[in-house]
Design a protein around this ligand. Structure first.
Ligand SMILES: C[S@@+](CC[C@H](N)C(=O)[O-])C[C@H]1O[C@@H](n2cnc3c(N)ncnc32)[C@H](O)[C@@H]1O
Length: 240
């Protein structure tokens, strides 16, 4: 097992518990990422790495979803254990492939993208969103989480030009843009609990977590509750 397989195996239960306790916290991310997908008749989606399969709550109930993760910590029940270098699916299987915040610990990102495109049907799309290099989210993960999670955090993040030397991948990119997807909570205490579990902040007190979120990411109080600034770089690829 590589380092991040071990780390995610250890982190999976708390991460999943955070998502179950606060299912609306990342609503903007999922809603926005699925807004560009046309869920026509026999639509079949692959979500990889799916974590605990949270995308299911955001796509129509009668649509088929296959879930896969690289970590044994998440690969339970219907979630298949898959390897990013060779996905265990036939070519041209899925109408859309979706990957959220799951690529910044991979050793060979281009190979994973090629695999996602291989299993996408011609005319279908591969959508992924991950952390943009140099943003406050990058600082939060690679500095704050790295300090206060005893397993550490070192992600290789993305920029618009990440694939410029991979012409086969670059030529499939139809759109690349940074989007804000704030996390949403009813109150500060829920926000701290979510962050502690979701990011495994076992070395931080509640007040350190509160200050870190406030100072690095930024918090806004709105009519909907507390919003924490969060944003990702979205890539949309079309398989021609
Ligand atoms: C931040 S979570 C995202 C999960 C889900 N897509 C979501 O948005 O909640 C990252 C996921 O990538 C998987 N993952 C990424 N890199 C990995 C690696 N090198 N080894 C094992 N698992 C990895 C983890 O198992 C985990 O499910």
């Amino acid at each position: 097992m590589n380092d991040y397989q071990i780390i995610f195996q250890k982190r999976a239960a708390d991460y999943h518990y955070a998502m179950q306790q606060f299912p609306e916290a990342r609503k903007y991310e999922f809603d926005n990422l699925f807004s560009g997908i046309n869920f026509e008749n026999n639509f079949h989606l692959l979500d990889v790495p799916s974590g605990g399969g949270y995308s299911r709550n955001y796509i129509p109930k009668n649509k088929k979803v296959t879930l896969g993760d690289f970590s044994e910590g998440f690969a339970i029940d219907e979630i298949k254990l898959v390897t990013p270098e060779k996905l265990p699916f036939e070519s041209n299987t899925f109408d859309a492939v979706f990957s959220l915040s799951g690529m910044h610990h991979l050793k060979d990102v281009p190979q994973f993208i090629r695999e996602c495109l291989r299993v996408t049907k011609t005319g279908g799309c591969f959508i992924f969103a991950d952390v943009k290099k140099g943003t406050s989210v990058d600082v939060f993960l690679n500095e704050f989480v790295n300090t206060y999670n005893s397993l550490g955090h070192k992600g290789d993040f993305f920029q618009e030009t990440s694939f410029k030397d991979f012409t086969d991948i670059q030529s499939c990119i139809s759109n690349c843009q940074y989007n804000d997807y704030p996390f949403l909570f009813d109150n500060v205490s829920e926000m701290i609990t979510f962050f502690k579990l979701f990011f495994g902040l076992d070395k931080a007190t509640d007040s350190i977590i509160h200050e870190g979120i406030k100072n690095i990411l930024g918090i806004k109080t709105t009519s909907k509750g507390i919003e924490v600034n969060w944003g990702l770089l979205l890539f949309q690829l079309k398989k021609e």
